[in-house]
Design a binder for this molecule. Structure first.
Ligand SMILES: [Zn+2]
Length: 211
């Protein structure tokens, strides 16, 4: 694991998206453990860091397989609580239809069941000590960002560029208007560090200085 902020690490071996670990004393939370095919590597990495036994919570920004896919295996190994935005839960059991043709195609790659269930978020909760869930719909209806001190874990709510933010492609965006609102919300959180689901972390203080 790579230290990226006090008490925050980035997983080196998660597949498909950026995975992070937040520590609080004897407890650890994993944010977005990645694709199912990376699950064993993530388990090995956490075990190697003597953290696997400390994982009490798995925070998932949204239900896309490249973020949540390894969570069932990680939960089975740790019995951790898995947190997901309420409005994404229906995609896992097939009761909710995806908003774009590309998303409906993705739905053919199902997420394994959660042996120990899911805990659903509406935004505003503290799923792990010091971590706040922020509803950031648009990419998916139940998308959550997580804020810890000066850090925002943004999932796929928005991507970073050298000069600010940009939207993800429309074919994978459930609601473009809400996605733009969530982009504004993330910009206004006042976070210094932007840790996205894809791409590199960014220091936002340069943006704040310009505005
Ligand atoms: Zn996504």
């Amino acid at each position: 694991m790579e230290s990226v902020y006090p008490s925050v690490y980035r997983l080196r071996h998660s597949a498909g998206s950026n995975g992070y670990v937040v520590l609080d004393g004897a407890r650890a939370a994993v944010i977005d453990p990645g694709l199912p095919l990376g699950a064993n590597a993530v388990l090995r990495e956490l075990r190697g860091a003597a953290l696997l036994d400390k994982v009490t919570d798995i925070l998932v920004t949204h239900s896309d397989i490249d973020h949540i896919g390894a969570a069932p295996a990680l939960q089975a190994a740790t019995r951790a609580r898995v947190w997901l935005g309420r409005d994404d839960a229906g995609f896992l059991d097939g009761t909710r239809r995806a908003a774009t043709p590309f998303r409906r195609l993705l739905a053919y790659w199902p997420v394994s069941p959660f042996e120990h269930g899911l805990t659903l978020l509406d935004g505003g909760e503290e799923p792990f000590p010091g971590v706040r869930a922020v509803a950031t719909p648009g990419h998916t209806p139940g998308h959550m960002a997580f804020v810890f001190r000066e850090v925002v874990f943004a999932g796929d709510a928005v991507l970073g560029t050298s000069s600010g933010f940009r939207q993800l492609p429309g074919f994978i965006t459930s609601d473009r208007e809400r996605a733009r609102e969530s982009e504004r919300l993330i910009a206004e959180l006042g976070a210094r560090w932007f840790f996205p689901g894809h791409g590199r972390a960014r220091d936002l203080s340069s943006l704040t200085r310009r505005s």
